[in-house]
Design a binder for this molecule. Structure first.
Ligand code: 1HN
Length: 338
């Protein structure tokens, strides 16, 4: 009975530059197709015995698709999402949980967050002449220990009708209007029915919070720290049953209070070059870098005053965690350590 959680995982940082180089090498030497369904390099926390697990509950990987390539259709009980730190050109084709023949082609661009609830058919295809990389987050380690995993192959090829490249998916047209629920839809399957959360909306929400703060009306979680949670437009809960996703913006000259929580998180730096601290580790991080915050390790981010290489003028961080599991079991605890 430890006095508090002591994670087997350790704080760890993966540099985007290295991940991207390895992924591009994999693009040349590792084929993608039936049976070898995805070209993804998993982040293995060095303290988890060589397993490809970023934390005891979360999987994170960089996926890479070459020009014209298809990643074939399949489905699994593991909940998943994609987040795009750079590039565009891949459409993920989501077929729902029933008949697979009429998938929704969802564009993926820088800053977009795309949840993919378990048991939905999905394939990806690169419709452009450039390779594209993105990150995948899944609850594989959690479902591994729960012994709940099912997997099924879909069709070998998606149809020509699904190989389209719309600017907006059917899901975004139906569910992507703030505060407006379509009356045509009855029961909603677990996980968000909105298949893409576009960068322009996330960016605008964060900017508005910071403007409100400046005008003296609050809006931020603490001074200089704007944050949003990606939520299910049907019922306001987390986007996925087992994973939470958030976006944080820390303005120049601000520092977040060190917080420790039960459960683990993975962060990806979306923009800016600054300092993050996890437990007794501090790193200078830059665009694309990924790091883990194990259970009960304090985390804080600091954005230096002065010039910045960031589009928003701030440190922008994407975060995902296993918080919904902890909250469902009433094991969630949080403490500010300052
Ligand atoms: C998977 O289906 C995807 O669909 C990505 O893009 C990563 C890692 C392990 C198992 C299935 C995807 C995955 C995966």
């Amino acid at each position: 009975m430890p006095a508090h959680p002591r994670s087997r995982a350790v704080p760890h940082l993966w540099r985007w530059e290295n991940l991207l180089r390895l992924a591009a090498q994999a693009g040349d030497i590792v084929p993608v197709g039936r049976g070898g369904e995805r070209r993804a390099i998993a982040l293995a926390n060095p303290a988890l015995g060589g397993r490809p697990f970023a934390t005891p509950t979360l999987w994170a990987a960089i996926q890479y698709l070459m020009p014209g390539e298809d990643a074939p259709e399949h489905r699994h009980t593991q909940h998943a999402f994609r987040f795009v730190v750079e590039g565009s050109g891949v459409w993920t084709v989501v077929g729902g949980t029933g008949d697979t023949a009429d998938g929704d082609a969802v564009p993926m661009r820088r800053g977009d967050f795309l949840p993919q609830a378990g048991w939905n058919w999905h394939a990806h295809h690169n419709a452009t002449a450039e390779p594209m990389a993105w990150i995948d987050g899944l609850d594989i380690p959690f479902q591994y220990v729960m012994e709940s995993q099912f997997f099924e192959f879909g069709r070998a090829e998606i149809s020509d009708a699904e190989r389209i490249t719309p600017q907006r998916s059917r899901s975004e047209r139906l569910w992507g209007h703030p505060g407006l629920r379509p009356l045509s839809v009855g029961a909603v399957a677990p996980g968000s029915p909105l298949l893409a959360y576009k960068w322009e909306n996330t960016d605008a929400a964060l900017n508005d919070q910071l403007l409100l703060e400046k005008e003296g009306y609050g809006g931020t979680v603490e001074p200089g720290h704007a944050a949003v949670r990606f939520s299910n437009p049907h019922d306001g809960t987390d986007v996925l049953p087992t994973m939470r996703a958030e976006f944080h913006r820390v303005t120049r000259g601000s520092e977040t209070a060190p917080v420790r929580e039960t459960g683990s998180s993975v962060y990806q730096v979306f923009d800016g070059s600054d300092t993050v601290t996890v437990g007794d580790k501090s790193w200078s991080v830059t665009r694309g870098d990924l790091f883990v915050v194990p259970s009960w390790e304090p985390f804080s981010a600091r954005s230096e005053a002065g010039d910045t290489d960031s589009d928003s003028g701030a440190l922008d961080l994407f975060r995902f965690s296993d918080a919904p599991v902890f909250e469902a079991l009433q094991l969630d605890r949080q403490e500010i350590t300052r």
